[in-house]
Design a protein around this ligand. Structure first.
Ligand SMILES: [Zn+2]
Ligand SMILES: [Zn+2]
Length: 255
């Protein structure tokens, strides 16, 4: 009973074999997933997939890399879509300082607006963070994001920031990097963060876990993430699967 909380089955990389990939996931024990849409192109496809499969849900938001393209009309559209019965979160949103397409100030503004939106519509937020943890934590605090709650998706920073996020009621989601041989921080985070605050994800088609690193990632591989967390925590695979599944259902209010 694995819950992959962050997939991009709406990406072009799955155009040829999407149904087969979904079937593989079910065979690997994936019982739920959230397809994340983050712009005008990917949101409608995410909703289409969620409408087609009852165990697939969707999140809608605007990606920070493209913040410069985000208009008020786009945000109104996302707010309207938030009432769709399969939409369980707003995002992904956040800050990405790796790419310089959108100036930091623009990213911050679009991020703040989406937190406010999520609070209005009463849904949790999914946070994308690349090289911007300090600013993200500051904005989450300033915007009272604890009222919405949410996920630090594919968390890759250290334990001290993770603890600040936990204090705000956020969940920490770990993906493929926790399985990488050279990844120190995600392993320490897996050890230190209580299991009832952890989620698992693939972020497919990116960041495939070891031993599939470098290949196209897919939801079936979330099993490798759960196995690694179980090994690090000294828990059974079943316990990690069960608890992270319950955490996700609680957050997304899926019964
Ligand atoms: Zn992301
Ligand atoms: Zn993503």
């Amino acid at each position: 009973m694995l819950f992959d909380t962050h997939v991009h089955l709406n990406a072009d990389q799955f155009n040829e074999d999407r149904d087969e990939v979904i079937k593989n996931a079910q065979e690997a024990g994936v019982t739920h997933m959230v397809v994340v849409g983050f712009d005008r192109k990917t949101i409608p496809i995410a909703l289409e997939i969620a409408e087609q499969y009852d165990f697939i849900y969707s999140a809608v938001g605007w990606h920070p890399v493209d913040a410069v393209d985000c208009t008020e009309e786009d945000l109104n559209w996302i707010e309207e879509l938030s009432t769709h019965p399969k939409v369980v979160a707003i995002g992904e949103m956040g800050l990405d300082y790796h790419w310089d397409k959108s100036p930091k100030e623009v990213q911050k503004e679009v991020f703040r607006k989406q937190i406010a939106l999520a609070k209005r519509v009463n849904l949790p937020v999914i946070i994308h963070n690349r090289e911007a943890t300090a600013d993200i934590v500051q904005i989450l605090k300033e915007e009272d994001a604890h009222e919405a709650g949410g996920i630090m998706h594919c968390y890759s920073d250290g334990v001290s920031y993770a603890k600040e996020c936990l204090e705000m009621g956020f969940y920490i989601s770990l993906g493929g990097p926790v399985t990488f041989k050279n990844a120190k921080d995600p392993k320490i985070v897996a050890e230190e963060v209580p299991l009832d605050r952890l989620l698992i994800e693939t972020d497919c088609p990116f960041l495939a876990p070891h031993p599939n690193r470098g290949k196209r990632n897919e939801p079936a591989y979330v099993k490798l993430v759960a196995e690694k967390i179980a090994e690090i925590k000294g828990e059974s695979f079943e316990t990690v699967a069960k608890v992270t599944n319950k955490n996700a259902k609680d957050l997304f209010q899926i019964s």
